[in-house]
Design a protein around this ligand. Sequence first.
Ligand code: 4NP
Length: 154
Amino acid sequence: MKPVRILFVCLGNICRSPLAEGILRHLAHDCPIDVDSAGTGGWHIGDLPDRRSIAVARRHGIDITGQRGRRIAAGDFAACDLILAMDRSNLATLRALAPPGAQGKLHLFLGYTLGVERDVPDPYHEGPEGFEAVYRMLSEGCLSLIGKLEDSGS
Ligand code: 4NP
């Protein structure tokens, strides 16, 4: 089966979307997916994920230190099957950048995965508890996403 290509998008690509990428890859097991992440902003191109995202992932047994920040590119809209934005602001940016044929690939992460039209809040100015809360939201959403992908492939 052809893998489903999933891209998670946040603002900086150092806090939320690298964590989502790590969690989904960790949960995927036999589910055929390609997962990647990107930011709509370009401040952290080439950077490691934020140390607080690395730490919360590590606490849950996931290593995200192989990832490096990158910015969404025009080619992503054709290359990916599903593009999930962490919040409505980044979704609006994606909607403005994407060609008409790719608009249907764009969704809010919690809306698509859990059916709740809520943002995964930016934890950049938060303490470790903010990162733990983001981890829990992402983990719940990714578990549901895996279930959906398995259902649609069966
Ligand atoms: P992220 O968090 O979008 O979850 O990666 C942010 C990281 C960095 C910045 C903003 C948000 N920044 O402005 O540098």
